[in-house]
Design a protein. Sequence first.
Length: 183
Amino acid sequence: MSASVGPRTDGERADEQTEAEAAPAAPRRILDLGGEYTNGLDGKGRVVLPAPHRWAFEDGGRLLPWQGECIAALPEVAYRAHVLDVHRQLLQASAVGEPVEVIRELRRSAFEIRLDIQGRLTLPEEMRRLAGIDDEVRFVGNGSRVELWPAVDSTDRAEARADHRATIALLQRAYDDVHLLEG
């Protein structure tokens, strides 16, 4: 197909397109990770990222300590959005003395990850220790990130999760009540 220059003549079809225009755009997947999976660490501190999460890390990502409880694996696009959001919040907060220092510490604590051919990532020993991860890792998809937790919950954490599940059940009942009335 040739692209014409200038106005169309009667002999040209109005629906002619260049090949680039005719090619369908690749669909963008929404970053909404979910599910829970458990995998073991090998002797080199590597663990296989669950297959349903791998697509999000095709361009790499970062590991960060997350809220002092777990390790978050953020795809590169989510990591960049997180850094920008933290920076924006720091600029708006008058109580923070040195936003540049906070951002520096955030970036210092981030470890770059690239999955190997088997879908493994390396968990730095320091991060494993901070999160309490020993031989097995529990992966929990949580929207734009995958959280890495010890495979076995502490008693306090298990009780908190039971409370969260009870809250979810109540909210689901309320959802059903509203939608059953609508239907």
